[in-house]
Design a protein around this ligand. Structure first.
Ligand SMILES: CC(C)(COP(=O)(O)OP(=O)(O)OC[C@H]1O[C@@H](n2cnc3c(N)ncnc32)[C@H](O)[C@@H]1OP(=O)(O)O)[C@@H](O)C(=O)NCCC(=O)NCCS
Length: 192
């Protein structure tokens, strides 16, 4: 995930607005694809940081550990984000992700390639969308939910969002047609 996010950042760097891109890890082991690897203690107070890891729980842990650092929000040049949508700090939107009208996305969201968050969705903090997730309109996804590759979530309706409870796991390829309780794991078509 770190290398994928680094690719997105490198493509977005312009010669008029250069930035120094580094990986941060507790046990640096030489540069990765030409990018220096540093220790957390080498970070300067003004360095912006983004947690490029797929696990929602790990992003939450890291956000506490590095709460003193400013956050970078990374949006791929190929992503499409409605001007009426709001994206929380520290989030990553990978290539060809689409965030539609009036979607509200929390902090440290990770939207992988080709995922979609449709109109009027509310997405909590530390939510992960694997590639090609399709989340239709009026869906409320609570904090820490993981949605597997290619899963499809049915739309809610005005005044009645379809709700995915805190920390739930949606398996790859699932078709979610009703609310999912907090902490549940669901798979299949329809998801159970
Ligand atoms: C749902 C999921 C979290 C379950 O993981 P797990 O607890 O390790 O489950 P297992 O692999 O042990 O599988 C348990 C059973 O469920 C089945 N199963 C697993 N995932 C499934 C899925 N998405 N749809 C249907 N069946 C699934 C397995 O075939 C197995 O069935 P069996 O007991 O009859 O052999 C996982 O399979 C999944 O979908 N992860 C998402 C992966 C992904 O999207 N990665 C993208 C990274 S960016």
């Amino acid at each position: 995930m770190g290398r994928e996010v680094a690719d997105i950042v490198r493509r977005g760097i312009s010669s008029t607005d250069p930035i120094d891109l580094v990986f941060v890890t507790d046990e640096p082991d030489g540069p990765v694809q030409g990018i220096p690897v540093i220790r957390p203690t080498d970070l300067r107070p003004s360095d912006k940081i983004c947690f490029a890891v797929g696990s929602s729980d790990d992003r939450r842990t890291l956000s506490v550990r590095f709460s003193h650092q400013p956050l970078a929000t990374i949006v791929a040049s190929t992503a499409i984000v409605s001007s009426s949508a709001k994206i929380g700090e520290g989030s990553v939107l990978c290539d060809y992700s689409v965030i539609n009208n009036s979607a509200l996305i929390g902090r440290h969201f990770q939207g992988n390639s080709f995922c979609q968050v449709s109109h009027d969705c509310i997405i909590g903090d530390y939510v992960t969308f694997a590639p090609r997730v399709s989340c239709n309109g009026w869906v409320h996804i609570e904090d820490g939910v993981f949605v597997g590759a290619g899963a499809v979530i049915r739309n809610g309706s005005p005044g009645r969002h379809l709700r995915i409870g805190k920390g739930a796991v949606i398996g790859m390829g699932a078709v979610v047609v009703r609310d999912v309780p907090a902490g549940a794991s669901v798979i299949g078509v329809p998801a159970r």
